[in-house]
Design a protein around this ligand. Structure first.
Ligand code: F3S
Length: 682
């Protein structure tokens, strides 16, 4: 039977506990006499192993023997403990989890600034006791919402900061924060919850979904191990064991489950076995579980995919590994602390961390946007602090190195890069492209002279590199050049394909007294003022504005001069065509006098179509002054007496309209007195 054993990424000790245990082993290996302030971890086998190697457990620094090294466990301790040990002269190894140490720093700063600190957590828990000891007496602990409500009902301090125990329930924390008044004048909230437990559960959930069976290792009464068992058993058959040897008791059941899975999936099926472990389960037990499981499933088959793991070997490796400033190292993200830091395991005795500014140069991002727990990162060591046991690392600088190599390649290949404008600086913009800052001078921004560069802030931009300084790792980019090249390409394509009559929808880019320039997609054409409207207009701005969208068609093209003449008016909208379609000579219509001259009056028949009523046609009698008969605004009944299509002129006559009416009346009278009068006329 082929099988693959996979251990969940975050199984067993959390980052902080793992580090603390390693530090105790390291101190013992260095030949020190060691005492831990309380058990270093809640696991009997680890504690007894350390004890067998000489590590004592004490309750109070006063119990230290001369020369004995005190190891402070991951929970941390009050400031007074450091003072007490310093006074005794005993050496100290501080294994306080960096996440807890961060809380100590926060509460010390906040109380020094005059703020009262509210701590969400269990007041009796050693971690909370440690936090209290850094608060300068200015603190209040609350366990849950009801205790917080009591504090709110009393008057809240005017200056307030709030933190949480690292293992505080995150849902409860959100609820508590929601209770705080939003209009508090000076309230600082620090989310200091560590996500190690939640991550361990989600890793176990993911692994058990793709496994045929799961083994959960950890104490029977360990609540976080029981929770892991619950999570996994929902997805596949799962066994909870405290020690690896317990697997022997359930070997038959496990083999049967394995056989069932293989029967279900076929003979080629590779049995998938998942392992996870509670927070206080050491790597040694996980290793033993792996070994036992290999033996139980099949002792004769090779296990090519089985992950080998040796706690001792890993420990040995990590302690012999020396890290120096400037080293390029590979690290695994151990946890993400709020919005500020990422803790990284670099396989050394020190704790690795990356501040947000060293994680990315993109100020709009937070750590969880960039990395997740378990990610492997290429990093540069920027500072080693042996006293604090920390290593400051930078991902950004590695990204910049790699990014700059890409910039050089793009420069040589004249490749277009994409980036986001990070800031507006004196003389231009700074854009980020794959972790490298590229300066774009204002003249290369693609905006007009004197334009506000802030319109590009946080915007994605495309640019080419026009200059690089390899030594100083500086690059200069140009958006303008990309735009010009794109315009040139669009122009070339236009001249290749465009023909008279083609229709475009384009934006009006500019206006002159004689026409409007319209963007046809990288190339501009001009609509003459006479082409903009069938009405008489004085200038283009009477009917269009810059930014308007206009439908145009190509009237004429000249590739040599590059001139493109566009039309906008449509024949079907031509008022003269409409008029001649609807009216003919002889029609009697109502018209409105629009102007009066010495030789007659102009009357409007339809929109924009006027005809002339000559003075001789105004009335049957002789007229010497036009205004004696009609004035502007009068409505008159006229007869269309002539339509000149060539000159687009219309002649009208009031006189003839009157004659026609009289004739019609005469005809009506004749009918009335005809022989065919109705019978009742008598
Ligand atoms: Fe562990 Fe430190 Fe979180 S001790 S649970 S990694 S706060």
């Amino acid at each position: 039977m082929k099988f693959k054993i996979t251990t969940a990424k975050s199984a067993g000790f959390c980052f902080g506990v793992d580090r603390a245990v390693k530090l105790v082993y390291q101190a013992l290996d260095e030949g020190r006499r060691v005492a831990t302030l309380g058990p270093i971890v809640h696991n009997d086998s680890v504690v007894s192993d350390l004890n067998a190697r000489g590590a004592r457990i004490i309750d109070d620094p006063a119990q230290l023997e001369a020369g004995e090294t005190l190891i402070i466990r991951a929970h941390g301790v009050p400031r007074s403990v450091y003072e007490q040990v310093n006074a005794s002269g005993n050496p100290v190894i501080d294994a306080t989890c960096p996440f807890v140490a961060r809380i100590h720093k926060i509460v010390a700063e906040q109380t020094a600034q005059g703020r009262q600190v509210f701590i969400a957590g269990d007041p009796l828990h050693p971690e909370v006791q440690g936090i209290i000891g850094h608060c300068n007496e200015n603190y209040t602990v609350f366990r849950d919402k009801s205790e917080l409500m009591c504090l709110i009902d009393r008057t809240l301090p005017e200056r307030l900061a709030i933190v949480a125990q690292t293992t505080y329930n995150s849902i409860l924390w959100e609820d508590c924060i929601g209770l705080l008044p939003s209009d508090h004048p000076d309230l600082k909230v620090f989310d200091t919850i560590c996500n190690a437990t939640a991550t361990r559960q989600s890793d176990a959930d993911a692994l058990s979904r793709e496994s045929d069976l799961m083994i959960v290792a950890g104490g029977r009464h360990s609540s976080n191990t029981v929770k892991l068992f619950d999570v996994c058993s929902r997805n596949c058959p799962t066994w909870h064991i405290a020690e690896a040897a317990e697997l022997r008791d359930c070997a038959a059941q496990i083999r049967q489950t394995a056989a069932d899975a293989c029967a279900k999936h076929g003979s080629d099926h590779v049995l998938r076995i998942g392992i996870t472990a509670g927070a206080s389960t050491p790597a040694q037990i996980i290793k033993e579980v792996q070994t036992y499981m290999s033996e139980i499933i099949d002792t004769t088959t090779t296990t090519p995919d089985n992950e080998e793991f040796s706690f001792e070997a890993e420990l040995e490796k990590s302690f012999t590994r020396k890290i120096r400033k400037g080293d390029r190292v590979t690290g695994t993200v151990a946890s993400i602390s709020g919005n500020n830091e990422v803790m990284v395991d670099v396989g050394a005795k020190q704790t690795g961390y990356i501040t947000l500014s060293e994680l990315t140069s993109d100020t709009s991002k937070k750590p969880s946007d960039i990395v997740k727990v378990g990610d492997e990162l290429e990093l540069i060591v920027i500072q080693v602090n042996d006293a604090e046991g920390t290593v400051q690392l930078s991902k950004r600088r590695v990204d910049e190195l790699v990014g700059f190599e890409n910039i050089l390649k793009a420069y040589e290949a004249k490749e277009v890069l994409e980036g986001t404008v990070q800031s507006v600086v004196k003389g231009g913009l700074v854009a980020d492209s794959n972790g490298v800052h590229v300066f774009i001078p204002a003249s290369q921004s693609g905006l007009g002279r004197g334009a506000d560069l802030n319109v590009l802030l946080k915007q994605p931009v495309r640019f080419v590199i026009i200059d690089v300084n390899e030594q100083r790792r500086r690059a200069v980019g140009s958006i303008r050049q990309v735009q010009k090249e794109e315009r040139d390409a669009a122009k070339a394509k236009f001249w290749e394909t465009a023909k008279v009559g083609d229709v475009y929808t384009g934006e009006v880019k500019s206006l002159t007294s004689y026409g409007a320039f319209v963007d046809l997609g990288g190339i501009d054409g001009m609509v003459h003022v006479s082409e903009l409207s069938w009405s008489r207009i004085h200038q283009p701005s009477d009917v269009v504005a810059v930014g308007d969208t206009l439908e145009v068609y190509i009237k004429a093209l000249n590739p040599e001069t590059g001139r493109i003449s566009l039309g906008h008016r449509r024949e079907e909208d031509n008022p003269w065509v409409k008029f001649t379609t609807e009216y003919q000579v002889g029609d009697i219509v109502d018209a409105t006098i629009v102007s009066v001259t010495s030789f007659g009056a102009f009357a409007r028949i339809t929109d924009n179509i006027d005809g002339l009523i000559h003075i001789s046609q105004l009335a049957n009698e002789r007229v010497t002054n036009v205004k004696d008969v009609v004035n502007v605004g009068d409505t008159v009944t006229v007869k269309i007496t002539a339509i000149d299509n060539e000159k687009k002129r219309i002649s009208l006559s009031i006189r003839e309209a009157g004659d026609d009416a009289a004739d019609a009346e005469t005809e009506t009278d004749e009918v009335v007195y005809s022989d065919e009068a109705p019978a009742d006329a008598e």
